[in-house]
Design a protein around this ligand. Structure first.
Ligand code: HTL
Ligand code: MG
Length: 626
């Protein structure tokens, strides 16, 4: 790591020779592999962006110029170069560096990100702010082909092409989102070919810069046509048609070319898109050949790099349930906004290709497509992470709930998610879904209850959201849909009877509640699986019977289960004291979710401490179980 030892800033990069830049790329690559092997992370995307990272830091002063990385998951190299190499081993861990660019972490991180497709609008805002103040820094957006499928990115491009501020847009095209990229624009991009000989011809050309960048460059007959397409003045290029100059595609792993074209683009006015073609996982064979599994790697042994199995997860339970539901009812569809793997739908997509849709990174489109299907009598399930459903919120209200349509939301990653941190926490959905007329929100305690909820939800119709956390669950018993039990919609379930107190838990916090209440006969535990509608009959009974109720949720306290319970108690004049445990009013960063649950007082120990404080338990849990 001879060069990396010396590189502590972008200035250090711009002092390197071309040969050294190549070596720096090699060193960065090894470092990224080493870091991801230790604690996991977004390996394949960061590897694919190594040369681009080196070129950008050679050309730009990233503390002053604004380089806006979309999603920010490809920036491990950027973090290493910009003074964070000593802490890079802590990435995605409690107290460590964030896995995405985060402006509070470094002046080199222009935008705090994690969700896709925001870079172009943010860069546009920065560029017009710069122009309004007469400043002269550069604004560069780096966006992946997957992120370009998001409506936000396309709408921003439309605006950029209209106002035409000076922005460089680097389209980092590796033909992949997390899974294979989708969409008409993606198909169009596949028709464009990298032409290395064009670069050579251009270098040899004696023309001056401005004339070289005239749209119709005269390189001789063979190159002329290709060059015309390369600089694409023709309106057949969709980017150009939107008002953004298009250049490319070029080889995004060729530092010389990157420097050459980025350097030229920098001197042009208005917005220019430089299309670079890269390989996801570049330079690490196993990741190159399986970029899907190495997109977000768990820690691995570099000498024997295999993808660790994730066990039977909630997502697998959903995928299995969805297959069975589709087999039983051909009106069932599953729609994913670019999250086939994470949502447990790999098998489903193969078994039911005619009922499966990946709409790209476009949660809004997923929701309203489901509305369209439902309006025609189909029974769509939108499989979406809690955090990403935020992008489809208006569509849930406007297109699904007002019409009271038969759409089921299969909301995964509900709760704190771990390494992805603040941008990806699934801790707001109870609040934002519960507020909507016609919507129901429920959280099963296990895969069997998940099936019962799906079966009942399909029979009842209407907008219904079922949510579950990241991580493992137990396999549900074998059996087709007709063998699955149903359940009374809106009913809670007493899991452990009590007398003086009841803990109302939800999903994974039920286990915590049971652990905390172990050996305490006076403390009962209720599976408060429906947050809307609440089981008001049971709540009333509990309120009259117990001295105190305690809600426990892996969700923000504002608007979650505890809030819902408090509203009913107040509205029904039930005067039992209520203690609400959950996430306080703050953005929770990356870390170990189990440790964070304890930190916020709703892990088993925290609940036990609350019981002790209320005089319901003698001793703390850890002492008790020692
Ligand atoms: N939906 C939204 C709004 N944001 C994110 N981040 C996702 C889903 C999940 N996601 C990622 S990375 C990624 C997705 C879909 C693929 C991005 O593809 P792109 O980059 O081509 O832009 P590449 O991976 O380097 O090929 C994360 O959550 C990290
Ligand atoms: Mg991509």
């Amino acid at each position: 790591m001879a060069l990396l030892e010396r590189v502590n800033s972008t200035d250090d990069v711009s002092r390197l020779s071309l040969a050294e830049l190549h070596d720096l790329a090699d060193e960065l690559r090894s470092e990224i592999i080493r870091v991801c092997s230790l604690g996991g992370g977004h390996l394949a995307s960061s590897l694919g962006a190594v040369e681009l990272t080196v070129a950008l830091h050679y050309l730009y002063d990233t503390a002053r110029d604004r380089v806006v990385w979309d999603v920010g998951h490809q920036t491990y190299g950027h973090k290493i170069i910009t003074g964070r190499k000593d802490r890079i081993d802590t990435i995605r861990q409690q107290g460590g560096l964030a896995g995405f660019t985060t402006s509070s972490e470094s002046p080199h991180d222009a935008l705090t990100v994690g969700h896709a497709s925001t870079s172009l609008a943010a860069a546009f805002g920065m560029a017009i702010a710069r122009d309004a103040r007469g400043d002269d820094y550069n604004v560069i957006a780096v966006i992946g082909d997957g992120s370009l499928t998001g409506g936000m990115a396309l709408a921003a491009l439309n605006q950029i092409g209209h106002v035409k501020p000076k922005i460089t847009i680097v389209l980092n095209d590796n033909e992949m989102s997390i899974s294979e990229n989708v969409g008409g624009l993606n198909t169009f991009m596949r028709t464009l070919q990298v032409k290395p000989w064009l670069h050579k011809a251009e270098e040899k050309s004696k023309k001056t810069l401005s004339r070289i960048w005239e749209p119709l460059v005269d390189f001789g007959s063979r190159s002329k046509k290709a060059a015309r397409r390369f600089f694409d003045p023709a309106s057949s290029n969709p980017f150009h048609a939107m008002g953004v100059r298009y250049v490319g595609p070029i080889d995004g792993h060729d530092i010389d070319q990157l420097l050459y074209y980025l350097g030229h683009v920098q001197q042009l006015d208005g917005p220019t898109m430089l299309h670079i073609v890269t390989k996801k996982g570049k330079g690490y064979k196993i990741a190159e050949s399986d970029p899907i599994n190495w997109h977000g790697a768990s820690k691995f042994d570099p000498d024997n790099p295999i993808v660790a199995g994730k066990g039977y997860t909630w997502a697998s339970a959903f995928g299995d349930a969805a297959s069975k539901l589709t087999e039983a009812d051909d009106r069932v569809w599953v729609i994913t906004p670019a999250m086939r793997e994470g949502s447990g739908l790999v098998e489903y997509s193969k078994r039911h290709p005619e009922r499966y849709l990946d709409v790209g990174i476009a949660e809004d489109v997923a929701v309203t497509t489901a509305a369209g299907l439902a309006l025609r009598g189909e029974r769509p399930i939108v499989a979406v992470y809690s955090t990403f459903l935020q992008r489809g919120f208006d569509q849930v209200v406007h297109d699904v709930c007002i019409e009271n349509l038969d759409v089921i939301f299969a909301v995964d990653r509900a709760g704190l998610v771990g390494g992805d941190g603040a941008t990806h926490q699934g801790v707001y959905d109870l609040a934002y879904l519960r507020a909507l007329p016609n919507m129901s929100v429920a959280m099963p305690k296990d895969a069997t209850e998940m099936r019962a909820m799906f079966k009942t939800a399909l029979r009842l119709g209407g907008p219904k959201a079922l949510r579950w956390p990241r991580g493992k669950t137990l396999v549900a018993p074998e059996g087709d849909v007709d063998t699955w039990p149903e359940l009374e919609w809106g009913s809670w379930e007493v899991i452990k009877p009590g007398t003086r107190a009841y803990i109302l838990g939800l999903g994974p916090t039920l286990i915590y509640a049971l652990e905390a209440a172990q050996g305490l006969d006076e403390v009962g535990v209720v599976n408060a699986r429906f947050v809307k509608p609440l089981d008001e009959v049971m709540l009333k009974r509990l309120a009259q019977q117990a001295e105190v109720l305690i809600t426990v949720e892996d969700h923000v306290l504002t608007g979650g289960l505890g809030s819902a319970v408090a509203e009913v108690l107040k509205d029904r004049d039930l005067e039992v004291p209520l203690v609400r445990l959950g996430i306080p009013d703050k953005h929770v960063p990356h870390g170990d979710p189990v440790a964070q649950h304890e930190e916020y007082g709703f892990g088993p120990q925290g609940i036990r401490d609350t019981l002790a404080r209320l005089g319901l338990a003698q001793e703390a849990l850890l002492e008790a179980s020692d």
